[in-house]
Design a protein around this ligand. Structure first.
Ligand code: ADP
Ligand code: MG
Length: 571
């Protein structure tokens, strides 16, 4: 056999991994090249995969996670060993916490050396470190097991409650060769990766019974509901019940925020006064004050229905009177079917009271949004962006910060499902550019990233990535010179500035210009909206430095209560 024909009949680890991913419709990789996966990235690109190289693994990981959320297919993040792996691990843990499906694939050092702790290049027992931070973790040592490894990773990521999966690939695996035909036979095309989970009929009947007899019912939609892509049925269900609903932040737009049943503008009242609360793909975690305390009615006076794919989520914070366990698509369609044709109208006194509260709150807010006060504050700057999203409802809004997050969440109405991507369950900073990049790549839609100046700093270097791939991303940095605000002073009077203060009057717009994108400084709501509209029309990478009053902003935004403050006065 000539060397040539022999090479045609062989395959290796590199190619088997690529083939296994492609066989399962996974055609995009977010990563950072380096040892031992540099050639893997090259070969994947050569094989027709989209390989997006980032400047830091955390942002590649966040990109993969949000790609998973948007597509229901696991997003793939590829990193080098030890430090690169650890950088990606933050995103893997965040994805798992948020129930986003992703697979972190990291190259690793040789087992023999790592296990004897003989000091290999970037030696680290990555599998052991990854395990507590993800839903499942696997290592593949032999080329013939690559198909199984990828199949298991896909199933673990997307079935049941979605989450992050770690796949450890030691350097030696990539170069292992085997007969190409035999290798092909080891690959697995995963059938029905996220099987439907049909709820038990009696659980559906129990839930409907409770809901039907409620005097002050409330529905809360969470990002699990948005993830499920059962948009039409969810809307039909909410509308057929006539019950007021609250969207959690990433569920905004599942029904348009302007929907008459939206109770967002009366949030505090409905949480306190509802007698029956139905959670659909939302957890009673800290974002809902754990279902108890002063946000809610007196303990035991409110009953909960929870629709969720994870049976163990039930009773995690308060008693769940009617658990409905299954995938949201199946659950909501069973609920709709079970309602029959004679569903009672929602109690009018309850609805009337909510509507009154809503109108007052909305009127008060509108006045603030139109104010022309300068320098801009969060309200009039966000007033401009609210109008832009109204005119461009299919744009994707990425949002992080403290005050920038809180205000944007309540001010900017969303009109379509899965268009709002934000800090999620952890309230984590640093998701901004990773989410924006993946949103542009996965959907092809224009992206508007609304970022606090502090939040932007965590992933700011990825503006180079945005320019390199020429993505239709418009970043607006709400620049108030610091964390929370820019006015803190060093209590000692020393030369160092206060811990929360940044360089005054920084020009973040110049960062985008440095890489060939468009940079704009905006000091008025008009300038801001002109610049955003131009960016969205042109599709060119743009960064707008929106100058916000440095006195605007409160400590930790709306979660200041979580930030312990010392009451001890030093003598
Ligand atoms: P939010 O932050 O919007 O309140 P959470 O992330 O707290 O949302 O809750 C999402 C919930 O949705 C999780 O408990 C998760 O198990 C559930 N979930 C995710 N995907 C599905 C699905 N396809 N079907 C049913 N439940 C789902
Ligand atoms: Mg700030």
């Amino acid at each position: 056999m000539s060397a040539d024909t022999q090479s045609q009949t062989l395959t290796d680890g590199f190619h088997l991994i690529i083939d296994a991913l492609q066989l399962n419709g996974l055609n995009t990789i977010y990563g950072v090249p380096g040892i031992p996966i540099t050639d893997f990235g090259r070969l994947a690109q050569a094989a027709g995969m989209r390989v997006i190289s980032f400047r830091h693994e955390q942002h590649a990981g966040h990109a993969a996670a949000i790609a998973g959320y948007l597509t229901q297919k696991p997003g793939i993040c590829l990193t080098v060993s030890a430090p690169g792996f650890l950088n990606g691990l933050t995103a893997l843990a965040n994805a798992t916490t948020n129930c986003f499906p992703m697979i972190l694939i990291s190259g690793s050092s040789e087992r023999e050396i790592v296990d004897l702790q003989q000091g290999d290049y970037e030696e680290m027992d990555q599998l052991a470190i990854a395990k507590p931070h993800c839903k499942a973790a696997f290592r593949v040592l032999h080329a013939e097991d690559i198909g199984v490894g990828i199949a298991r990773a896909i199933r673990a990521a997307v079935s049941g409650r979605p989450g992050g999966v770690y796949l450890d690939l030691p350097a030696k695996l990539f170069g292992q060769t085997m007969d190409a035909e035999a290798g092909r036979k080891t690959l697995i095309k995963v059938v029905d990766a996220a099987p439907r989970q049909i709820p038990a009929p009696d659980s559906v009947a129990r839930a409907l019974d409770l809901l039907k007899n409620a005097k002050r019912p409330l529905i809360i939609l969470g990002k699990g509901a948005a993830y499920a892509q059962a948009d039409a049925d969810i809307r039909a269900f909410v509308e057929k019940t006539g019950i007021p609903y609250l969207p959690m932040s990433m569920a905004k737009g599942l029904l348009p925020d302007t929907h008459p049943q939206s109770a967002s503008a009366a949030r505090s009242v409905v949480l306190k006064d509802a007698d029956v609360v139905m959670l659909i793909g939302a957890r009673l975690n800290w974002l809902l004050s754990h279902g108890k305390g002063k946000t809610w009615g007196e303990r035991g006076t409110q009953q909960f229905i929870q629709v969720d794919i994870a049976p163990t989520e039930m009773d995690s914070n308060v008693a769940i009177a009617a658990p409905v366990v299954g995938d949201i698509g199946s659950c909501v369609s069973a609920l709709l079917a079970g309602m029959g044709s004679a569903w009672p109208a929602a109690p009018s006194a309850w609805i009337g009271g909510i509507n009154e509260r809503k109108e007052k709150a909305i009127a008060k807010m509108s006045a603030q949004l139109l104010s022309n006060s300068l320098p801009m504050n969060f309200h009039n700057a966000l007033g401009s962006l609210k109008t832009i999203i109204k005119q461009r409802p299919d744009a994707i809004l990425v949002n992080e910060g403290a005050n920038t997050l809180d205000f944007a969440r309540s001010i900017i109405d969303m009109y379509q499902p899965r268009k709002r991507l934000d800090v999620g369950t952890w309230g984590v900073m640093g998701i901004g550019m990773g989410y924006a990049i993946a949103a542009a790549i996965e959907t092809g839609k224009p992206v508007l990233a609304v970022e606090g100046d502090s939040a932007f700093g965590f992933s700011g270097m990825e503006v180079e990535t945005i320019c390199r791939y020429n993505l239709p991303v418009c970043v607006v940095v709400f620049n108030n010179n610091g964390i929370y605000r820019g006015t803190d002073v060093n209590p000692t009077g020393g030369t160092d500035v206060a811990t929360t203060v940044f360089v005054k009057n920084a020009r973040y717009d110049k960062m985008m210009e440095a890489f060939g994108g468009v940079g704009v400084q905006a000091t008025t709501p008009d300038e801001l909206s002109r610049a955003v509209n131009e960016a969205m029309d042109s599709g060119r990478p743009t960064l707008i430095n929106a100058v916000i009053d440095e006195k605007a902003g409160t400590e930790s935004g709306r979660i200041g209560n979580l930030n312990p403050q010392s009451v001890v006065k030093k003598a």
